[in-house]
Design a protein around this ligand. Structure first.
Ligand SMILES: Cc1ncc(COP(=O)(O)O)c(C=O)c1O
Length: 506
């Protein structure tokens, strides 16, 4: 080691200078974002090949590192915050969000117990309660912040499992003589259900996928039959355990009929988990309050403010009716932490498998205070308006059809060919229902699948916009998500033109 090397941190003056430089870098990045390609078109491995494979032996100046970020990293990124990024649910980067993240960095606490950072613990409790109020949930629901909804559903099902077979926590599934538990979720529900079943030793195939209706909502008759069949096979050791209802499914943002599902759960004594990862945020709009109908009957609910409440990744809240049920399953205090656990206070390490915890609530607090509910609601309302406008454009073009109703910021649509001979017999725009009764019946559906996929691939490769594709009832469709405050009607119009032109070229 260089004997003159400073063993402490960067000097205060130098750090201040670097921070100013970084502030300019961030402001420039945000200002010029729209002129960058949305996505790179490099071959896999290109970025790795441009970077030194050997770790540095000696420290390098910040300026050089920042320069390499500009040269090698930024061009290799899909810019989720770009106004033409319309993939997934859109994305929610905002100035208050960036400020919230920056403030969190120097504080760098570990909020595992109340005593290790009272402010982080108490602010988390406050933020979780603010969101509870926005979700119209009764006070008996308590929550905890995790990184993602996938982790949330795993914890929720761990509690369901413990309540269905009370000593699994202690003895394991076999030791507790647990049956084969079944979980029911619609075929449109997120794959985190299976991931949770894998992690909990419940078995991926015991997540039973329930068919959906023409609007991609869970088919209740089908679910009743599946539950009844499993109840009848109790002799083979099968036992229904939980239902996952989704409010805002990943592909179409469809909403399962929660009040009716809650009734089925009550009748069969099943845990009801609501996956509101995407859809829940929209409940802050008074006109969308009905999204939360039936929620007070749930056992657990997941809400992802990092999807629809303007908090940057990662920030997900799991609510449990009577949070003590979650604590009972996960509390475990080793001797080396006992001194830092104060009985009367909430120690968030007790509410999940994670011990070390970031101060996530701080960025949410900055954002929620900066926008207020009204500010967030106005922006969400604009996403819904743009989504409906895009749906109108689809509906007025004979070569495309809307394939799912639009209720939030997601639009699913399909190119069906402008040549009627190619597309089979499709009705003229004026004779068509607003949403196609779907996706079957044309002679060449699989050719159309390939075409739809190709349109998305070409647009994404061009770097001018970014869409996603998905499969609905077996057919490939295109999909856009409005969730970015930088995306305007003009951007959307450009994307629509690009889609039409690409379809024409193909
Ligand atoms: C409905 C739904 N649930 C759960 C998830 C998983 O979210 P996370 O990435 O927070 O685990 C997603 C992700 O898109 C989703 O759309």
């Amino acid at each position: 080691m260089n004997p003159k090397q400073n063993l402490g941190d960067t000097s205060p003056d130098e750090f201040r200078r670097q921070l100013h430089e970084l502030a300019d870098w961030i402001a420039d990045f945000r200002q010029n974002l729209g002129s960058l390609p949305v996505a790179p078109n490099d071959k896999p491995g290109a970025i790795l090949a441009a970077l030194p494979a050997e770790p540095p032996e000696e420290g390098e100046p910040f300026e050089k590192i920042l320069g390499d970020i500009d040269q090698d990293i930024v061009p290799g990124m899909v810019h989720w915050s770009h106004p033409m990024f319309l993939g997934y649910f859109g994305w929610t980067t905002t100035a208050p969000a960036i400020l919230g993240e920056i403030i969190t960095a120097p504080l760098n606490v570990n909020a595992m117990t109340w005593r290790t950072c009272p402010a982080a613990t108490e602010l988390e409790t406050l933020i979780v309660d603010w969101i509870r109020q926005w979700m119209h949930l009764p006070q008996e629901f308590g929550g905890v912040v995790y990184d993602t909804a996938s982790v949330g559903v795993m914890h929720a099902l761990a509690v369901a499992r413990e309540e269905a077979a009370p000593s699994v926590r202690k003895h394991g599934l076999v030791g507790a003589g647990a049956p084969v538990f079944r979980i029911y979720a619609s075929e449109q529900a997120h794959s985190s259900a299976e991931k949770a079943a894998i992690a909990l030793g419940l078995g991926e195939e015991n997540v039973q996928r329930v068919p959906t209706d023409s609007h991609f909502r869970m088919n209740l008759g089908a679910m009743r039959e599946m539950i009844a069949r499993d109840v009848a096979s109790r002799g083979r050791g099968i036992k229904p355990m939980a239902v996952i209802a989704t409010v805002g499914t990943t592909s179409t943002a469809s909403v399962d009929p929660v009040p009716e599902i809650a009734t089925i759960c009550r009748e069969n004594k099943l845990w009801l988990h609501i996956d509101g990862a995407y859809g829940a945020g929209f409940a802050i709009l008074p006109e969308k309050k009905s999204l939360t109908d039936g929620w007070s009957e749930a056992d657990s609910i997941v809400v992802n403010p990092h999807k629809s409440l303007f908090v940057p990744l990662d920030f997900s809240v799991l609510y449990v009716r009577n949070l003590e049920r979650l604590r009972r399953v996960f509390t475990l205090v080793p001797e080396y932490l006992r001194g830092d656990t104060v009985e009367a206070q909430k120690n968030y390490m007790d509410y999940g498998i994670q011990l070390g915890r970031r101060f996530r609530a701080l960025k949410a607090w900055v954002i929620f205070r900066s926008f207020g509910r009204e500010g967030m609601a106005a922006r969400l309302r604009e996403f819904v308006r743009l989504a409906n406008l895009f749906a109108d454009w689809i509906n007025s073009d004979n070569g495309f059809e809307l394939v799912a109703p639009v209720s939030m910021g997601v639009v699913c649509f399909r190119y069906i060919g402008s040549d009627p001979a190619f597309a089979g017999s499709h009705p003229s725009v004026s004779a068509r229902p607003a949403v196609a009764p779907y996706l079957t019946g044309r002679p060449n559906e699989s050719d159309l699948d390939a075409l739809n996929s190709e349109i998305v691939e070409r647009i994404n490769a061009s770097g001018r916009a970014y869409l996603t594709q998905t499969k609905l009832h077996g057919r490939t469709v295109m999909r856009i998500g409005l969730g970015n405050v930088l995306t305007t009607e003009k951007h959307l119009g450009e994307a629509w033109e690009m889609i039409q032109e690409t379809a024409k070229q193909l």
